[in-house]
Write a protein that binds this ligand. Structure first.
Ligand SMILES: C[S@@+](CC[C@H](N)C(=O)[O-])C[C@H]1O[C@@H](n2cnc3c(N)ncnc32)[C@H](O)[C@@H]1O
Length: 253
């Protein structure tokens, strides 16, 4: 597998996607804590908008089986929702889900979105960490073009405050050929955002408000929490601390 195409392996690995979609089923019923924060950020944007302006358009790209959209549809009904993913098998599950009726689903690549100045909000939830620099830059450029001026990008990904650009190769039962993970410095992400045409980036490091039980020893890499001395509940994946972070920024006018 080429280093550059880790995410493409991810979206075409049917066995892994079936396992991952089963994991996602849990969070269709019970909203993920990080998604609660993300939905709060979307709501904060909406309260500042004149309701007479009509429905705002939100795209969730890399939507998988549509959990975030399902909860957004329920909690923030004043949005016109679209879900996009490269994995058509995941979108088929979305289209077959009656709880997602009214949401549009399209196969799309975040690196190359078709629409120009179309969406008010684009969310990218746990997708970019699989991408190397060129793809990360391309993705943010593509989202900038797809957003209306003044529109918002909201990302949930691995960003941390240290001058330390981490490239990890995680070889596991689910990804025997290795999944590349990037833990990017916030300063680096900010530079790419500015170059793509975004301003006012805000990074909000995420820790969990609840305890998640330790992951089993059978090789499943499901997030669990480790208590820190200051009371925070740190998200771990196997032996690895995950610097999950919500990032929002505004497309310049
Ligand atoms: C780790 S999952 C996250 C799914 C979901 N957003 C969530 O937070 O649970 C990553 C998703 O991104 C999709 N994906 C990966 N690369 C993509 C790309 N270039 N364009 C669109 N979707 C992509 C994958 O198919 C997968 O559904």
């Amino acid at each position: 597998m080429s280093n550059d195409f880790s995410y493409q392996d991810y979206v075409t690995n049917k066995t892994f996607l079936d396992e991952y979609n089963a994991y996602q089923a849990k969070y269709a019923k019970q909203i993920r804590e990080s998604d609660k924060v993300l939905i709060g950020l979307v709501s904060d944007i909406l309260v500042k908008v004149d309701p007479g302006q009509g429905k705002m358009r939100l795209l969730d790209v890399g939507c998988s089986t549509g959990n975030l959209l399902l909860h957004l549809k329920r909690l923030v009904p004043q949005l016109e929702l679209t879900g996009g993913d490269l994995a058509d098998s995941s979108l088929d599950e979305c289209r077959a889900n009656p709880e997602l009726q009214g949401v549009a689903f399209e196969v799309m690549d975040v690196l190359n979105l078709d629409r120009i100045a179309y969406y008010d909000i684009v969310t990218i939830n746990a997708v970019l960490y699989m991408m190397e620099d060129e793809q990360f830059e391309q993705a943010l450029g593509s989202v900038a073009r797809a957003l209306k001026p003044g529109g918002s990008i909201i990302v949930f990904d691995f960003f941390h405050p240290y001058p330390q650009d981490l490239h990890l190769l995680e070889i596991s039962k689910s990804h025997p050929a290795g999944l590349r993970l990037r833990f990017r410095p916030m300063a680096m992400a900010e530079e790419v955002l500015t170059a793509a045409g975004f301003e006012k980036p805000v990074f909000r490091p995420f820790t969990l408000p609840i305890d998640l039980p330790p992951s089993g020893s059978d090789g499943d890499l499901i997030t669990y929490t480790v208590p820190a001395a200051d009371g925070r509940k740190l998200p771990f994946r196997g032996t690895l601390f995950q610097p999950w972070c919500h990032l929002s920024a505004i497309k310049t006018h």
